[in-house]
Design a binder for this molecule. Structure first.
Ligand code: NAD
Length: 352
């Protein structure tokens, strides 16, 4: 297979972690006889410094013309005082909106080797956790009509049937490939948008008879995630609920440096990035954990290129390296072998 990937390293630890992810991508190419070519583009603070805007046209165009996008992270204190339309984070919204990426996949995995990092009791998480939050990314209250005057303010949550159906179908397809269990989260006891959401889930369900569906109100879902997270496999929900629940789910794994994400559109095109930010405190110091970005490459292979065996190979290489006791500083515990960003990337590439 031949694929061209747009690489946007961004700011802070972005270049450190992307370097390691590309090491692993190239090891996969060599092992499985695929050709992965890459082009580098600037976005975020580095683009502001060079061009005066966070998302240059050339970057968006390069990303749109590629087979998929690998992103590091953007932002940092240097650009924090700029007006909001010039903040590096605008680049992320521009990329998501500009490429129509409406489906955000956020796996929350607690590796058994890192069980001590989990803030929940052992009897609650058992042998580890592995759940997937599917979040609608381009609709809902973050994009609805808004306004304010001195005494009042409003934001509007709006969804069309089409917007709900396309994200719900993605979630059903993912649930079908995993355990066959899907939990749809809404607030249908109060919100019109949630009542429509529930109706669409019910109708689409007919096309996926082998997927077992449950419904939860979002307040209950937030509670259940810490009370009994193992009851969940795939969760699907609208934009704002998904924003909150996916952060909650990632924090119960206790390891921000370990979690990847994908943002997809209707075809197989996607943008893949770690869930963490640019960690300016440790940038360029060989301290960053590259595993979230390496696992983002695995997601790219699985969801954009249909290369499930290759994706499994990366995930099991990560697991093997953890089994051998190698840890970057953020996941280090006594008795383990402490390694830097670059050595962690090399160990995973070699383990492939
Ligand atoms: P952050 O995720 O960058 O860092 C939070 C803490 O986690 C820091 O102590 C950091 O050192 C640590 N950390 C993060 N990733 C790590 C890794 N891979 N390995 C080891 N430790 C890691 O969040 P923040 O400090 O709130 O934000 C820093 C900058 O990143 C801000 O400018 C913010 O706007 C931006 N940000 C960008 C994205 C993105 O590009 N998607 C997401 C969140 C924040």
């Amino acid at each position: 297979m031949k694929k061209h990937i747009a690489v946007v390293s961004g700011d802070g630890i972005g270049p450190d972690i992307i370097r390691e992810a590309l090491k692993v991508l190239s090891a996969v190419g060599a092992k499985f006889a695929h050709t992965f070519t890459t082009s580098e583009y600037e976005a975020g603070g580095i683009a502001l410094d060079h061009t005066g805007i966070p998302l240059p046209e050339e970057t968006l165009k390069g990303c749109q013309e590629s087979d998929s996008v690998l992103l590091g992270a953007v932002g940092g204190p240097k650009w924090d005082t700029l007006p909001s339309h010039l903040r590096p984070e605008k680049a992320l919204l521009g990329l998501r909106g500009g490429m129509g990426l409406f489906c955000n996949l956020r796996p929350a995995i607690l590796y058994k080797q890192l069980a001590d990092a989990c803030p929940l009791k052992k009897e609650i998480v058992g042998e580890g956790l592995d759940l997937m939050v599917v979040r609608e990314l381009t609709g809902g209250i973050y994009f609805g009509e808004r306004g304010r005057d001195e005494n009042s303010a409003y934001d509007t949550m709006a969804y069309t049937v089409g917007e709900i159906e396309r994200i719900v179908r993605k979630a059903f397809e993912i649930a079908q490939k995993r355990s066959g269990r899907l939990c749809s989260v809404d607030k249908a006891n109060i919100l019109n948008t949630s009542q429509l959401w529930r109706e669409v889930v019910g109708r689409v369900q007919g096309d996926y008879p082998n997927v077992q569906v449950s419904h939860l109100y979002v307040d209950n879902a937030a509670m259940q995630l810490v009370r009994n997270p193992r009851q969940f496999d795939v969760i699907v929900t609208e934009n704002m609920f998904g924003d909150i629940l996916s952060d909650e789910a990632s924090q119960i794994t206790g390891s921000i440096g370990m979690l990847p994400s994908a943002s997809l559109r209707e075809d197989s095109f996607g943008m893949y990035e770690p869930i963490h930010g640019s960690a300016p405190d440790i940038a360029g110091k060989d301290l960053a954990n590259p595993i979230a970005t390496i696992l983002s490459v695995a997601m790219m292979l699985r969801y954009s290129f249909g290369l499930a065996t290759e994706a499994d190979a990366i995930e099991s290489a990560v697991s093997k390296v953890l089994d051998k006791g190698y840890r970057t500083a953020d996941i280090y515990t006594e008795g383990m072998k402490k390694v830097g960003t670059s050595e962690m990337g090399s160990l995973i590439a070699q383990s492939l």
